[in-house]
Design a binder for this molecule. Structure first.
Ligand SMILES: O=C(O)CCC(=O)C(=O)O
Ligand SMILES: [Fe+2]
Length: 233
């Protein structure tokens, strides 16, 4: 049983909380299977769990961004996302007593020596200015830790509210752009950076105003993490 008081207190004070062992083995298996299937169908028929990292890394290295993006779009529509979103909506109701609706699914992919898909320090709010949102992330294929570039957060940064004074870092048309708070050095000095370490099955929930970023993957294996974003009513 989830301890509602403890979890919401943790979330309210830090702007994020990690639920241990939230995904069932069946849910985890279904994400893996569906992702492999899609890469197989859209990219390369020979892809399996063993060679997935090598093949995707070579696509990235060779600049085949459009092919990768096509698969990404298919991934966002997988039924495993609809299933987990249903459960996360119920969880949101239980923890925060709020109704919610699914708005975005995604995966974040961290590859050694490539920063096209990585984020600098940012809040989610500049991406969803007009609505109130809540965000979920969970590892797929393997755990997320400091050495494979798991995201880090500035603990309690959500208490500063929406920081609208940002600069938009754009590395390229097919790169991820980050809205970096101009006063990021001030926030870094005053708040603790925490690495979001998650074992398979764990799930982090984070506030729209929590400042967070991707880290460098120092391993040869890709970091895959699922993302679900809900709109709050
Ligand atoms: O895990 C990462 O690389 C960052 C992901 C992120 O910014 C997000 O999920 O909103
Ligand atoms: Fe983000």
């Amino acid at each position: 049983m989830l301890n509602k008081k403890k979890i919401s207190k943790d979330f309210n004070s830090k702007g994020y909380t990690i639920l241990k062992n939230y995904l069932t083995p069946r849910e985890r298996e279904s994400f893996k299977k569906q992702i492999i299937n899609l890469y197989n169908k859209k990219l390369d028929k020979k892809i399996n769990e063993k060679n997935l990292d090598k093949i995707i890394t070579s696509y990235e290295k060779n600049g085949h961004y459009d092919e990768l993006y096509k698969v990404f779009l298919e991934i966002t529509k997988m039924s495993s996302f609809s299933e987990i979103s249903k459960r996360l909506k119920k969880l949101t109701k239980f923890l925060f007593d709020k109704k919610s609706e699914s708005i975005t699914n995604g995966i974040t992919i961290g590859i050694k020596n490539h920063n096209r898909t990585s984020y600098e320090w940012h809040q989610e709010k500049p991406y969803y200015k007009k609505i109130s949102t809540i965000h979920f992330q969970f590892p797929i294929f393997r755990e997320c830790n400091k050495s494979n570039g798991t995201m880090s957060v500035l603990s309690s940064s959500h208490k500063y509210g929406y920081i609208s004074d940002v600069r938009n870092r754009i590395l390229g048309k097919k790169h991820i752009n980050s809205f970096i708070p101009k006063k990021i050095n001030y926030f870094k000095k005053n708040l603790k950076e925490k690495y979001i370490n998650m074992k398979l099955g764990d799930m982090v929930i984070f506030h729209e105003n929590l400042i967070h970023k991707s880290n460098k993957n120092n391993t040869n294996k890709i970091r895959f993490a699922g993302i679900v974003r809900l709109k709050l009513y």
